[in-house]
Design a protein around this ligand. Structure first.
Ligand code: DON
Length: 564
């Protein structure tokens, strides 16, 4: 029966091309008059709205939603991970980028893991988690509610919640990939037996008692209880038992970094994005800068899926990803030529270099420099978009890297495997190339694709967007922005439109099945190498409309927005 249903689902793939097997697509969109939260889980979005309705603002909502997501979607994010947040504070127009990405433990050096680099989902791949100090810093700076209040919905959920279709799928995939150890990991996360873990299905009620105890401690003693004492010791012990080098000192020393958001003007809109160690913002500014040279042409052609436009977009992405591979690193350790990469005259030069009917030689993308010295999966990331009644906005992306991070759990905390994002002799798990700028070093933060983005216009916040999906985060977020800002699509249309992705290396133009076969052929004739992929990124989006806010979760995942 299940097989027949699965076949039917495939046969009924909607025109946008992806199989909506994980959520009821109609619930993925919402019109709200005053405030909205979009995330990968209905109950997590509701946790944000609960804050808004108890005197909280967008920052409180973003933190409560993020903490709740860590409970309901343990494969994607949580206390054991880290991320980036962009904040727009409406009253003063102030914008802040907070970097709470994991850092390399003091004992992690470039030699560790040898030439092959740090093995993902291993003890060595665990970085110092930044999420708890990141969220508490956001609340200290901008929140209206205390940390203890923002933890409450997560705490409640940890005592019992229903397995979502997406979580059920992630559990099935984990057990299929790791038939011996997978059931043990799932059993540990939910404090159930091995057999029960293997039988978990959507709709089953589960709890996370070990995480309840941790969250209860954080609620009572404050975020510092995560970085010192028993909880920190439990994480350090679990990582060292798995061969890692995380130490108590690393935990105690962790601090988030406030950074200046990147800003660029695109067709009269102000686009705010994340600076290094995110590569996302830099690539986005490059791509927008290239495309800004011919916006009228794209508008006249009228379609975000025309071969001419998709070719130009793919070429622009290749320039951006080539520069990422050559130059991007943690700015505290590497000299990133940011002024050059963000310069409009450089973007004009790249636009002129592009050819409408053919691709360029591999090395003609981006700025030639030292050559980089060096099959994608999805799952370990979550993006949250929030706009409140006062017009404040938060775009926050957080990750434990791969599905279930390092696959190490301690005190209910699933630890990240973020150190895989450093560069070694072989490309990382996302097939991304890099340079010496992104080699591991103690205290260093690996380059990320996470791209929380806020667009400002005459009426304040116009768009809040971001995605999960490794390097595809950048392409998905960009296409959503372009669909709204250039082609005038609404939130639902922008979210469901089929996407493409190109990351320069490998030389493959990935496309979702919604792109027509004629378009694929036309792209092939220009020298692109198209390859179909079921989905490209999983986004969460809010767009200001004439009568309020349109919020959209991605039907490619199990998300659902909430608002009022
Ligand atoms: O920071 C990064 O770029 C990666 N660690 C993100 C990983 C990811 O998005 C996994 N899939 N959803």
């Amino acid at each position: 029966m299940r097989a027949i249903l699965a076949l039917l689902c495939v046969a009924l793939v909607p025109s946008s091309g992806f199989a909506e097997t994980t959520t009821n697509a109609s619930r993925a969109f919402l019109h709200a008059r005053h405030a909205a939260v979009a995330s990968d889980s209905q109950v997590a979005s509701a946790a944000g709205v609960e804050m808004l309705k108890s005197g909280g603002n967008a920052i409180d909502a973003a933190c409560a939603t993020t903490l709740a997501l860590g409970v309901t979607n343990p494969f994607a994010s949580g206390l054991g991970g880290g991320g980036f947040a962009l904040v727009y504070w409406a009253k003063t127009g102030k914008t802040v980028a907070l970097d709470f990405r994991e850092t390399a433990p003091a004992a992690l050096t470039a030699r560790q893991g040898g030439d092959k680099g740090i093995r993902p989902q291993s003890g060595l791949s665990v970085g110092v988690p930044g999420e708890v100090r990141g969220l508490s810093e956001l609340l200290r700076r901008f929140g209206a509610l205390p940390f203890s209040r923002c933890v409450e919905p997560a705490l409640r959920l940890s005592r019992g919640f229903a397995v979502s279709p997406w979580l059920a799928q992630q559990i099935r995939d984990e057990i299929a990939r790791n038939p011996t150890t997978g059931p043990d990991l799932v059993a540990k996360i939910f404090s159930i037996g091995r057999q029960a873990a293997s039988r978990l299905r959507a709709g089953d009620r589960v709890a996370r008692p070990a995480l309840t105890a941790t969250l209860e401690r954080l609620r009572r003693a404050g975020p510092e209880a995560f970085y010192r004492g028993d909880i920190a010791a439990a994480m350090v012990d679990a990582v060292s038992a798995a061969g890692g080098v995380l130490a108590l000192d690393d935990m105690a020393r962790y601090a988030p970094v406030e950074r200046e958001p990147l800003t660029t003007n695109f067709l009269g809109h102000r686009v705010l994005s994340m600076p290094p160690p995110s590569a996302g913002g830099t690539i986005m500014v490059e791509v927008l800068g290239i495309l800004a040279n011919r916006p009228e042409e794209w508008r006249r052609k009228g379609s975000p899926t025309s071969p001419a436009y998709l070719h130009e977009l793919a070429e622009a992405l290749k320039h951006g990803f080539a520069d990422r591979a050559r130059f991007l690193g943690d700015p505290a350790f590497a000299r990133v030529p940011l002024a050059h990469l963000l310069d409009a005259s450089y973007h004009r030069e790249l636009a002129q270099r592009n050819q409408p009917d053919r691709v360029l030689a591999h090395d003609a993308y981006g700025t030639p420099a030292r050559r980089p010295t060096a099959a994608p999966r999805d799952g370990g990331t979550a993006h949250v978009s929030v706009v409140d009644e006062a017009g404040n906005a938060v775009a926050l992306t957080t990750t434990i890297n791969l599905e279930f991070g390092a696959r190490i759990a301690a005190d209910g905390i699933v630890l990240n495997d973020q150190m895989d994002d450093f560069t070694s002799e072989r490309p990382d798990v996302f097939a991304l190339a890099g340079s010496d700028a992104n080699r591991p070093a103690p205290g260093k933060r690996p380059v990320s694709s996470m791209s929380p983005t806020i667009v400002l216009g005459d009426r304040g916040v116009e768009v809040v967007a971001g995605a999960a999906g490794g390097p595809r985060i950048v392409s998905a977020t960009l296409q959503i922005l372009l669909d709204v800002l250039v082609f005038g699509l609404d939130a639902r249309q922008a979210m469901t439109a089929p996407r493409i992705h190109h990351q320069w290396e490998p030389d493959i133009l990935y496309y979702e099945p919604g792109i027509s076969i004629e378009t694929v052929r036309a792209l092939e004739n220009k020298g692109q190498r198209p390859q179909s992929r079921p989905d490209i990124g999983k986004a969460n989006l809010i767009v200001r409309s004439r009568s309020g806010l349109d919020a959209a979760a991605d039907p490619r995942s199990g998300g659902e927005p909430a608002g009022y």
